[in-house]
Design a protein around this ligand. Structure first.
Ligand SMILES: N[C@@H](CCC(=O)N[C@@H](CS)C(=O)NCC(=O)O)C(=O)O
Length: 108
């Protein structure tokens, strides 16, 4: 499942003009850190998150652990960059890196 439709230009419908990168978040339904991460991403202009519900799909939970080496949720990817969990996302934001990654730039 993709937040961007096939052939849809980055920054097209579903994204703020400043948000070019696809955002992927592994999460569960009842997870305070996931809600915080979603709120921060929305605050920074993200309108579409490719959400992977590991609580209803055990295979995706295994995939998450293999991709990240972690078992907690959320686990967040922006474009080709693995960000980490909510704490990592908030730290990245405080450094200015979140806006950069969302704009499709590399960081640092
Ligand atoms: N420091 C982590 C904490 C994440 C966390 O503790 N998530 C909880 C759900 S809100 C979790 O996955 N708990 C299950 C576990 O620890 O195995 C972050 O900022 O993402």
């Amino acid at each position: 499942m993709s937040a961007l439709g096939a052939g849809e230009p980055a920054g097209g419908s579903g994204h703020d003009a400043a948000v070019a990168a696809e955002v992927v978040m592994y999460r569960t339904a009842h997870c305070p850190y996931c809600h915080r991460a979603e709120a921060l991403l929305k605050k920074r202009g993200v309108t579409a998150i490719d959400t992977i519900r590991v609580d209803i799909d055990p295979a995706r939970r295994i995939e998450m652990a293999e991709r990240t080496g972690r078992r907690t949720v959320p686990q967040i990817f922006i474009g080709n960059t693995y960000v980490g969990g909510y704490d990592d996302l908030a730290e990245l934001d405080s450094e200015g890196g979140l806006i950069a990654l969302l704009a499709g730039k590399t960081y640092p």
